[in-house]
Design a protein around this ligand. Sequence first.
Ligand code: FAD
Ligand code: SF4
Length: 350
Amino acid sequence: MNPFQYQRAGSAAEAVALVAQDPAATFIAGGTSEVDLLKEGVHQPSRLVDLAGLPPGTIAPLNGGLRLGASVSNSAAALHPEIRQRYTAVSEALLAGASTQIRNMATMAGNPLQRTRCPYFRDSGQPCNKRTPGSGCAALGGLNRVHAIFGASSSCVATQPSDLAVALAALDAQVQTTGPGGSRTIAFPDLHRLPGDTPHRDTVLEHGELITAIDLPAFTGRSHYLKVRERASYAYALVSCAVALEMDGTRIRRARIALGGVAHKPWRVPAAEALLAGRKPTEKLFLAAAERAFADAKPLEHNGYKVPMGRSLLLRALLETSGLQPLAGPAGTAFAASVGGVAGLVSSPR
Ligand SMILES: Cc1cc2nc3c(=O)[nH]c(=O)nc-3n(C[C@H](O)[C@H](O)[C@H](O)COP(=O)(O)OP(=O)(O)OC[C@H]3O[C@@H](n4cnc5c(N)ncnc54)[C@H](O)[C@@H]3O)c2cc1C
Ligand code: SF4
């Protein structure tokens, strides 16, 4: 581990100032992701500005929705009664990630900002444009089984690993920030960037810009998060999806779908969402939407399996969220009930 300065900020303004004045400084919140990168020598900041001294975050009502402070722990958010009931996908996504111990430390801002799990990024001996701009991309011609099928570039094919980010993208959450240039609101689906030729920049946040809260807008529909991973726990998504449906009687008024494990950011699929609007839920319609959602996928050499797996997962999530074919158990257990055998539970789109 390289030497670095450590400072604990007492306010958001102090945290912003401490990072903004030093181009190689960074924030640390729960530290569950950042400390690994320090130990592996992947990230070598000159200064760590600890956010643990800021006032503790709260979960509070806001305009019919909820405002979640940036430092609220992943456990507190996952188990909050209103989040479980009204924003089920958020609770399920959080509970599908990491372990209880990590979720107790991890924060609402730190989770979506965790960096890619591309194995080459974490191996300092390999070329990686995200870690060392201009050095190349070992995954392009290497083992790219866990990499992107949407929105990748010739500079980087990494995926964004956060489960929470997928649920927040589907629910049109908003990110509140404060930075050297003042405060602003960012629509969650716009927070993460596609790699293009600058994959070292994961998000649109400026250096020193601090997330202060995440807002969940008013939502009266149903939502679910489903994830396929290699083990039943403690593993990142190979493919995941969050579905949010608002009904108008027996018809779908509005559908929102975000896919995870497939791109450099949570991947919204507007064409599939549009296919569902105004229609009555049927398995045939959901098959068509799942087909549409993955129609533009561009698999790499080793990750073609993500396309049929993702289609089946999305179909399962739509059947679950609409109530057409619910999985066993109360809300919040759909993930647990489906993990492992999810692709075989319903007829496959292809
Ligand atoms: C073994 C293991 C398994 C895991 N499995 C999963 C999984 O299956 N799914 C999943 O989603 N996650 C998983 N995680 C990741 C875990 O959820 C993240 O490490 C955690 O959510 C990060 O939160 P943190 O508060 O500890 O962030 P930190 O590690 O402190 O910071 C992460 C990043 O966010 C930045 N940051 C933090 N707070 C702010 C802020 N307020 N404003 C601006 N920038 C900020 C930091 O500078 C840093 O770049 C796993 C982690 C481990 C170690
Ligand atoms: S896919 Fe991105 S993160 Fe992985 S090696 Fe290539 S440049 Fe690095």
